[in-house]
Design a protein. Structure first.
Lengths: 314, 374
């Protein structure tokens, strides 16, 4: 069915620019209404993506929790003693655990890497689901996801390398520039923070391109080069729209996570019920960030559609 | 920047550009410190105090003390994630006005009487000002300066003697951890065990009697012996000169219904006891410091008993209305010198997963995945 209308939507693979891996479908002639992909239309995949995020976070955190329980789990108040005023037990556990810290950090780092790598699968599922309406079949989703994994992995590696390089370049050049200026301590620190902000913006810009390319890779079933090219042309043709769509959602996501932290602090962790409430706030925060993430991917899809339509003269 | 204390001491702070907030904090901390330390160790006798905050690039000039003049240090950005570094340095150097300044000990031969007592005094003032958050308050966590001193003190505890001359320390790290950290932890431990008023009073007596003199360790030991007793003085001597150490541990517990002879005689709360049992506790090390032990019943009742810890192991009797389910040695963590605080408690059905840690770590992981994940 690829290249034909599925679930009431046209398959974006059959794009007029012929850049898709299997372009040239006869269905191209029938011009359907523009797609309006949106996160709210796909609560199932939002839930799936949330489950991946929440489960990954718990799996990553579990070794630390198990280790802490080995050290303070014999206390009648359990790990609550770690957060007593003065943090004597927290510092003690950190002291006792210092030999294991490198091992746990390595384990968590590897775990985060694996979680990120395997996270490409739910991400691809989300993009496939956003690109079409109606029920999805496993074979359809599986096929499109499988074909996209290669380009997605390449894009991931390239984006990581580009982000590291951009951050290093901006930071090094910025600090070198600051070093050559006669600045007082306050001005130097403020300027240094500005350099870090510029580096963060550079990383965010690469992140926007990366996401646009990911959507192109999955939704349009393009290869690495064509996905990157589509992302670049979309960002160039609609830079403000791309940035706005990304940043307002990012700001809300930061606010959601900060609220989760704030609620956990306000509630305290003195009893089991309070810990459960803090967990609830935490997962609500993650759920909101996941929804916003999916919403951004839908917006990226609309942006890509717009540039494709503009390119095809529609 | 200038200020005058209620006692008429003129404080002047010399600071580089951009450090107005740090200078104001240093003056405020000094005002507080002069009053607090003066009350504890004898009035500051001079009319002036000059604080010098060195500029960037001259950081090595910071953290020094001279009679009526101290140098500090730290970022212009005080507070927040930077903790109380500026205050800590200021109060540490200020405390030197007493320990080595007014009480003119031999810094070279007995650095613990100089830096050690100064670190103790610094922690004392910081705690008076900020309570349990004496080192920092970050993300709702309160961090005590003594928790930090203690960590280094325990790590280096067996490396060398606290009470040796400065050049006899093989490594600078041992000097720092033992002379500064372990001495402060030791005196605070004695406060916890024998009473803050007694030990602080003893150090105050030593400071007053040694004012404008050159006392040695025996003067401090004598003051502690006189005010807090032989046990406190012996613990101080052992810890300072013989690497004295201690580690309490719960070895186990048992309880049984009735005891085979009908109901027990009565619990600590006066109610009829139907369960009897024992808590098995151990003390390793050379320091003999009495501690409290909490015995937790299954019904939530907690009985506190005092263990003199003269023997290396003891079987503490329990009688209560329910089974003995948990034992905690030194529940208020008064013995900061305890080598391992993680073996001070045991309970039936110990936690396998630490839920609060899981919450914090999974939140951090969630944020990390949001930032870095796909």
């Amino acid at each position: 069915m690829r290249g034909a209308v599925e679930g009431g939507e046209i398959d974006p693979v059959a794009s007029p620019d012929g850049g898709g891996v299997d372009g040239g479908s006869p269905a191209r002639a029938a011009l359907p209404a523009p797609r309006r992909p949106a996160a709210r239309r796909r609560p199932g995949v939002v839930a799936l993506y949330f489950a991946y995020r929440a489960l990954s976070a718990l799996v990553l955190a579990a070794p630390v929790s198990l280790f802490a329980a080995r050290l303070v789990g014999g206390h009648p108040r359990g790990d609550a003693v770690l957060f007593d005023p003065g943090s004597v037990m927290l510092v003690e556990v950190a002291r006792v655990a210092k030999d294991a810290a490198a091992l746990i950090a390595a384990q968590m780092g590897l775990g985060a890497l694996l979680a990120s790598a395997f996270g490409l699968i739910p991400l691809a599922i989300v993009i496939v689901a956003l690109g079409r309406s109606g029920p999805l079949t496993a074979s359809l989703v599986g096929g499109r996801v499988a074909r996209a994994l290669g380009p997605l992995t390449l894009l991931w590696g390239a984006a990581l390398a580009a982000e590291v390089a951009a951050a290093a370049l901006v930071t090094l050049l910025g600090l070198k520039l600051l070093g050559s200026m006669q600045l007082g301590p306050r001005a130097y620190d403020v300027a240094g923070a500005a350099v870090v902000l510029v580096a963060a913006l550079a990383i965010a810009a690469i992140g926007i391109l990366h996401d646009l390319a990911r959507v192109a890779a999955v939704d349009e079933q393009r290869g690495f080069y064509m996905s990157a090219s589509r992302a670049l042309s979309t960002a160039v043709s609609a830079p403000l729209a791309s940035a706005w769509a990304f940043f307002w959602r990012s700001a809300l996501a930061v606010a959601a996570l900060a609220s989760a932290v704030g609620i956990a602090r306000a509630v305290g962790l003195s009893s089991g019920a309070r810990v459960a409430l803090a967990f609830g706030a935490q997962h609500a925060g993650i759920a909101i960030t996941v929804f916003l993430r999916v919403s951004w991917l839908a917006a990226a899809m609309r942006l890509l559609d717009r540039t494709r339509e503009a390119g095809s003269g529609r | 920047m200038r200020a005058v204390t209620d006692d008429g001491v003129a404080i002047r702070c010399l600071y580089p550009p951009d450090h107005e907030r740090a200078a104001a904090l240093e003056i405020e901390a000094s005002r507080f410190g002069l009053a607090h330390l003066g009350a504890a160790f004898g009035r500051y006798p001079y009319r002036t105090l000059t604080i010098v905050h060195p500029p960037t690039g001259a950081d090595e000039a910071g953290g020094m003390e001279y009679p009526t003049l101290i140098t500090t240090g730290g970022s212009w950005l005080v507070g927040g994630a930077f903790g109380r570094f500026v205050e800590a340095v200021t109060l540490h150097e200020l405390a030197h006005q007493w320990f080595y300044g007014l009480v003119a000990t031999n810094e070279h031969r007995y650095p613990f009487l100089d830096e050690g007592l100064t670190s103790y005094a610094e922690a004392d003032v910081l705690r008076a000002r900020h309570g349990a958050a004496s080192a920092a308050r970050v993300l709702g966590l309160e961090l005590d300066i003594l928790a930090i001193y203690r960590a280094g003190a325990i790590e280096a505890g067996h490396n060398a003697v606290i009470g040796q001359a400065a050049p006899d320390f093989v490594q600078g790290s041992d000097y720092g951890a033992l002379v500064y950290g372990r001495m402060a932890t030791l005196v605070s431990t004695l406060e916890g065990v024998y009473g803050r008023d007694l030990i602080r009073g003893a150090v105050g007596r030593y400071a007053r009697e040694g004012r404008f003199r050159h006392p040695g360790p025996e003067a401090l030991l004598a003051a502690v012996r006189e005010d807090a007793g032989d046990g406190a003085a012996e613990a101080l001597r052992l810890a300072v000169f013989e690497r004295g150490w201690v580690d309490y541990a719960v070895a186990g517990m048992e309880s049984y219904a009735g005891g085979g002879e009908g109901p027990a005689q009565g619990g600590a709360d006066g109610g009829a006891a139907v369960y009897r049992g024992h808590a098995f506790v151990r003390r390793r090390g050379t320091l003999v410091l009495p501690v409290d032990v909490d015995l937790h019943g299954a019904d939530g009742a907690v009985q506190r008993v005092r263990w003199d810890a003269r023997e290396p192991a003891a079987r503490l009797p329990y009688a209560g209305a329910s089974r003995l389910v948990a034992v905690v040695i030194d529940p208020e963590r008064r013995v900061l010198l305890d080598e391992d605080l993680t073996n001070n408690a045991a309970r039936e059905g110990r936690q396998v997963l630490a839920p609060r840690v899981l919450h914090g770590a999974s939140l951090a992981a969630g944020v990390l995945l949001t930032l870095l994940g796909p």
